[in-house]
Design a protein around this ligand. Sequence first.
Ligand code: NIG
Ligand code: FE
Length: 382
Amino acid sequence: MSLLITNIGELVTNDPELGVLSDAAVVADGDRVAWVGPAAAAPAADERLDARGAAVIPGFVDSHAHLVFAGDRAGEFAARMNGEPYTGGGIRTTVAATRAATDDELLASAQRLVREMRRQGTTTVEIKSGYGLSVEDEVRSLRVARQLTAETTFLGAHVVPAEYTDDPDGYVRLVSGPMLEAVTPYARWVDVFCDRGAFDGDQARTILTAGAQAGLQLRVHANQLVAGPGVQLAVELGAASADHCTHLSDADVAALAGSDTVATLLPGAEFSTRSPYPDARRLLDAGVTVALATDCNPGSSYTSSMAFCLALAVREMRMTPAEALWAATAGGARALRRDDVGVVRPGARADLVVLDAPSYLHLAYRPGVPLITTTLHDGVPL
Ligand code: NIG
Ligand code: FE
């Protein structure tokens, strides 16, 4: 089945750069883009979708989300808004709730969040484990994630669970040994929260190296709370992405600039923890590839909206609307080492979003407004 989307007032292709076309059309054949060009020259197709002059963008690529969990932490959020700092300590609260939930409950709740994301234009999502923290509960979490996305990430090294408080190195051995072995069939990526109160550089190196040996690719929660070793470790080990990048030294920025490691910025976390935003301009001006993602999780960033993160990036992090849209689509694809998403060109996945607006600029210009008319995922309109 082929589908012609025509009368596109403004089409963002990300091919090359932002690649903005006026009066354009796209043909999807099955789950792939088959043709892109001027509306007047569009070939015939089985079905037709009239965009009526609206803007069309590539589906958002949310390259960082923690969707497999139970419970919420609204009380912790309220306490923060009353002056309490964010330390990551609440992760253990979610671990307890997640362990107590059934597989069906975990799947239903993660599925609900994925649907929420789709309605808001996200067509690719990465999903991490990290609220199980036992062999059985991490396997369960990744099995659930696997039902919802191909981009699954093992985050057994989120924090040291309560039962290992007195033996953190024993937990590192568990994560990099039997736990890793058990989850490998369900994971594409391995991630470590390398930060104050979580794992130090040596522990992170042990786990990431073991993950790489098991055939997983690397991503790192780095430099969210303090300027620690995470970013440079990510670069040294060839990680696809260093995520958060809130507290960076000049050496961190230089390391990122000279590497293929994407800096994934998560402004929803700074919003929800009332922390200073990362310095996106410093990264972009140094030539670092920047991605934007939601970090959707019940503790530090309970938003599923890429448009909200994009608006924050523009208003609070001085990214231009063009930089922010690229980072939320093509940037996310780079962070997942994918060339078939985040771009509209023949051969790419037919993941497209029709906006209720004449230009992508409205995503940041009209914050909080539901501007998604139709999301096409693998060629199928939602
Ligand atoms: O990316 N920083 C570590 N992990 C999550 C927060 C998890 C939580 O607070 O539950 C993050 O912000
Ligand atoms: Fe995270």
